[in-house]
Write a protein that binds this ligand. Structure first.
Ligand code: FAD
Length: 341
């Protein structure tokens, strides 16, 4: 009996060694589009230097999402699995995870990656628990096939970790990896339908309320005007919206937790350790002191500008450009000047 187990173990170890391959949890958003974070995840997956399969869950249009994914011909995508079923409505983790587990049992991937999004952060730790392996979350660098970096202590230290698990389940911090670029030539990835169907009697999707805005999402905005406690009221946040609206399609508004907690703006604008992680081309911190929990969410921005009336404010330590002044004077002046440009 023990010889049988040993031989089975050896076969499975050899199989996983021979066919080391990666599965990327590709995310579909409205209209069958590919979520931008999937492109950052593909870059991280490509650094593992092994064949990549992708899986797309959705209720419809997974074929369209797959066709978009196929254009990333440089990423070594061999196969795209389509898990399309009405039962995936709302992409509930309870519906998706058992099907993902079936996929893993059939294919024995050595690495399974997803973006650090609500979807993947719900599904992948569940999958890790079912496979009895340790999930590795919010990875910022892939060192090799078993070693990764991630931030700890609110971004104050970088942890380099090594995992000995046979299946490595990883979420990727999107802002730490460049988005994959479309390649030339036609994509050769095969498309395959997944037969397993969801069977979820634990939870049910009821509805989703989405904040409608003309401005881009925080994650994809090129410019963010972010306001802190110093804005003093919801009405004063209009100063930031006025600025953002001078850059249509490019700029949006963010906030510190103090501003969100004070009710000056919606909580989905919060940036930081317990909010969103962003890395725009330009981040303008206005009346924000620069607490470590805030910096954890924006320090990868390409250019950081700080406007603060206190010259000793810690935000100036990470800013590329700083302006010491009262925001209630500076912002109207800045808006007027930009309008004339
Ligand atoms: P303050 O620290 O009060 O700073 C206000 C700044 O405005 C000051 O620097 C002041 O000089 C300046 N100012 C005042 N008046 C003017 C004026 N008229 N013109 C120009 N400047 C002016 N915070 C986050 O932001 N995101 C998070 O995700 C987050 N997560 C947290 C998680 C935990 C577990 C904890 C404990 C805290 C977290 N925080 C987070 C809170 C964080 O510690 C700070 O309290 C918060 O970031 C402070 O927000 P603020 O900079 O807007 O306010």
């Amino acid at each position: 009996y023990s010889r049988q187990i040993l031989s089975r173990l050896t076969t499975s170890t050899i199989r996983s060694r021979c066919f080391a391959s990666t599965l990327v949890l590709a995310e579909q958003i409205e209209g069958g589009k590919l979520a931008p974070v999937t492109l950052n995840t593909l870059t991280a997956a490509a650094q593992l230097k092994q064949d990549i399969d992708c899986v797309i869950f959705g209720t419809e249009k997974t074929n369209e999402t797959a066709n978009e994914l196929k254009k990333f011909t440089n990423c070594n995508i061999k196969k795209i699995l389509l898990a399309e079923n009405a039962g995936f409505k709302g992409l509930l983790s309870e519906s998706v995870t058992p099907v993902l587990l079936d996929i893993q049992k059939k294919n024995n991937y050595t690495h399974i990656l997803g973006g650090s999004s609500t979807f993947a952060k719900g599904v992948l730790p569940r999958l890790a628990a079912l496979l009895d392996v340790q999930p590795i979350s919010d990875v910022t660098a892939v060192i090799d096939k078993s070693q990764y970096s991630r931030f700890i202590y609110a971004g104050n230290a970088i942890l380099k970790l090594k995992s000995n698990d046979p299946v490595q389940i990883i979420t990727v911090r999107g802002t730490a990896f460049e988005a994959a670029k479309q390649g030339t030539g036609s994509g050769e990835a095969q498309i395959e339908k997944v037969n397993s169907t969801p069977n979820n009697d634990l939870s049910e999707f009821v509805s989703r309320q989405v904040q409608q805005s003309e401005r881009p999402e925080l994650a994809s905005a090129r410019i963010i005007f972010s306001g802190g406690r110093a804005l003093k009221s919801k009405e004063n946040f209009k100063l930031l919206y006025d600025l953002a609206d001078l850059f249509p399609g490019q700029a949006t508004v963010g906030a510190s937790r103090a501003a969100v907690d004070a009710g000056y703006c919606a909580n989905d604008l919060q940036i930081g350790q317990t909010g969103k992680i962003v890395a725009p081309d330009l981040y303008v911190a206005i009346g924000i002191s620069g607490a470590i929990q805030h910096i954890a969410g924006m320090k990868d921005s390409k250019v950081i500008v700080a406007i603060n009336k206190d010259a000793d404010s810690p935000i100036f330590a990470i800013a590329d450009y700083g302006l010491t002044g009262d925001l209630f004077k500076v912002l109207p002046e800045l808006t007027e000047k930009l309008k004339k440009k």
